[in-house]
Design a protein around this ligand. Structure first.
Ligand code: DQA
Length: 146
């Protein structure tokens, strides 16, 4: 079993980016946490970050035949990208939508998510821990589906 964790725009700046909102954990720290968790769960992990929408779409396409589940923190593209939603609809790979912050307690423009329409579930508001929760949830989902 192989899981892709895909991170969108500005998440490369985690640690220094609005720490009051996103915490002080860096993306490299999060990747290390995820690798430990994936090992404990006996799954393979790919961990990627891209700032551009097209690169994220390409990564979703490339997941076909390679990964069994996608965990996507699409950053601000969550709220704008029909193209990312369509990419997830086009590959038959279950996806979990993930956010560090609770998007529903923030500005109204963050309450709308195109990703939610095509995700099997959503985790938001738990900061870096959400990545571990999402991995647990995806592995549980894939085990039940098999
Ligand atoms: C985010 C929430 C988005 O609204 C925001 O644009 C981000 C990060 C989060 O992880 O909380 O870039 O996806």
């Amino acid at each position: 079993t192989s899981i892709l964790i895909l991170n969108g725009p500005n998440l490369n700046l985690l640690g220094t980016r609005q720490p009051d909102v996103y915490g002080t954990t860096t993306l490299a720290d999060i990747e290390a946490m995820c690798r430990t968790r994936a090992k404990a769960l006996s799954v393979d992990l790919a961990f990627q970050q891209d700032n551009s929408e097209g690169a994220l779409i390409d990564a979703i396409h490339a997941a076909r035949g390679t990964h069994h589940g996608i965990i996507l923190n699409a950053g601000a593209y969550t709220h704008t990208s029909i193209a990312l939603m369509d990419a997830l609809s086009s590959v038959e790979i279950p996806a979990i939508e993930l956010h560090l912050s609770n998007i529903h307690s923030r500005e109204a423009f963050r309450h709308q998510s195109y990703i939610s329409r095509v995700a099997i579930g959503i985790i938001c508001g738990f900061g870096a821990q959400g990545y571990e929760l999402a991995l647990d949830a995806m592995v549980g989902h894939l085990e039940r589906a098999s």
